[in-house]
Design a protein around this ligand. Structure first.
Ligand code: HEM
Length: 397
């Protein structure tokens, strides 16, 4: 429907229906117009690849002060690189990237790959397993717990904390309200209660704490680093591992291709992130009237950048619905783009590359049985994935 030259739709970006049918809903919006106003959310959705990339290249017009879709959360996030604009953004991000730099990541590679291989071998020999709990959740949780050095009872909190943090980036619907006290606990722990001695000696978390004790960084920065690793890094990585298992299982020709040519591991992850974008929507605030292909987004409006829609835009990618690990779409939007592009992608890639490489090495073939989705305002995870009829590769025979 067009009103005064603006295309409108009754779609609610955060309804159960949209969360369960994201690609169909996004296709509807993308093919309707490059910008669609959604009265249900009071949001202006940008739907096409080029327009989304342009928006991400212009953080002055598209401010991250409304990266979440509710004002309380945007307030809580102020002080993080995710919600900051230049010039504040640079130093906040530097504190984070210094600790997640390619150099810091390189020293962890051998350990992460060895753990991935052990887990894959253990699970694959069972012939079947539950893909989410046993692999997609278990692996990044154990890596991140050890990375930060979280010990004791707190280890059980990491999953609910990560899930709640993403729900709360959405509007204040029932999912967000239920997540509020859980995410509040995470914030309290990282910013008020945590002591260096809570963190295992030798862990990266403990090292950063000691840097704060020496005065190299502020204690506030320390809290934000740990908070962002736990909040931004868990549900996204978990979702992506589940998606990789499902896509490779449903496309045995592509799995075979990967097995024949393990150098395709990185391109496989790229294609998984493009086709099943784990966090397919992020918010922005329009800081002035913005003209996108003739539609004016008004100054002060809440914008939704549909990364998951851009990644499926046929104007950008040929046959976008096809899972093709040779496509190598390195310009996908799954990690965002521009100054806010994912600061933890080095860690995410290490974890997922390690698992996918080991999976392709040790498994000859497998099947996907029942899958159940879990609803989250911002991520698109499975709740469970039945992995069955695993045949081991000769390397194990
Ligand atoms: C496959 C896994 C992951 C995906 C798909 C993902 C996706 C994203 C996306 C799309 C953004 C951009 C948000 C925006 O445009 O506003 C982002 C930013 C960010 N991510 Fe990730 N992420 C992943 C893993 C991680 C991990 C493991 C960490 C931490 C260790 C992390 C930390 C961050 C941080 C701190 C930002 C904000 C950067 C900034 O605004 O400067 N992410 N991520």
């Amino acid at each position: 429907m067009t009103t005064h030259g603006v295309f409108q739709s009754e779609i609610n970006l955060f309804s159960d229906h949209t969360l369960l049918n994201t690609q169909e809903v996004f296709t509807q919006l993308r093919e309707a117009a490059p910008v669609v106003y959604l009265p249900a959310n009071d949001v202006w959705a940008v739907t096409r690849y080029e327009n989304i990339r342009d928006a991400l290249s212009d953080p002055t017009s598209f401010s991250s002060k409304a990266v979440a879709f509710n004002p309380q959360m945007n307030e809580i996030l102020s002080g993080t690189s995710l919600a900051a604009d230049p010039p504040e953004h640079g130093p906040l991000r530097a504190v984070l990237t210094d600790n997640l730099s390619p150099r810091a990541m390189r020293s962890m590679k051998a350990d992460i790959y060895a753990k991935a291989e052990q887990l894959v071998k253990d699970l694959a020999t069972h012939g079947s397993f539950e893909g989410m709990a046993d692999m997609a959740v278990a692996f990044p949780v154990s890596i991140v717990l050890d990375l930060i050095g979280i010990q004791g009872d707190l280890r059980a909190k990491i999953l609910p904390w990560g899930e709640a943090a993403f729900n709360l980036l959405g509007p204040m619907n029932e999912r967000s309200q239920q997540s509020m006290p859980i995410a509040g606990e995470l914030f309290q722990w990282t910013h008020e209660q945590m002591r260096g001695t809570d963190l295992a000696e030798g862990s990266i978390g403990r090292n950063i704490w000691e840097a704060a004790e020496r005065g190299d960084i502020s204690h506030e920065s320390f809290g934000y680093i740990v908070h962002q690793i736990l909040a931004a890094g868990m549900d996204t990585t978990i979702t992506t591992i589940g998606n990789a298992l499902v896509l490779l299982g449903q496309n045995p020709d592509q799995f075979e291709l990967l097995k024949q040519d393990p150098s395709l591991v990185a391109a496989t992850l790229t294609e998984v992130l493009r086709l099943r974008t784990p966090a397919p929507v992020f918010g922005r605030l329009a800081t002035k009237d913005i003209d996108i292909d003739g539609t004016i987004i008004p100054d002060g409006a809440q914008v939704a950048l549909l990364y998951g829609s851009g990644n499926m835009d046929p104007r950008k990618y040929d046959n976008p619905e096809v899972f093709d690990i040779t496509r190598n779409a390195v310009d996908h939007l799954g990690f965002g783009y521009g100054i806010h592009a994912c600061a933890g992608q080095g860690l995410a890639k290490l974890e997922i590359h390690g698992l996918v490489e080991a999976w392709a090495k040790h498994v000859e073939s497998y099947e996907i049985g029942d899958v159940v989705q879990r609803l989250n305002n911002m991520t698109r995870p499975y709740e469970s994935i039945e992995i069955k009829n695993i045949q081991l590769a000769k390397v194990n025979a």
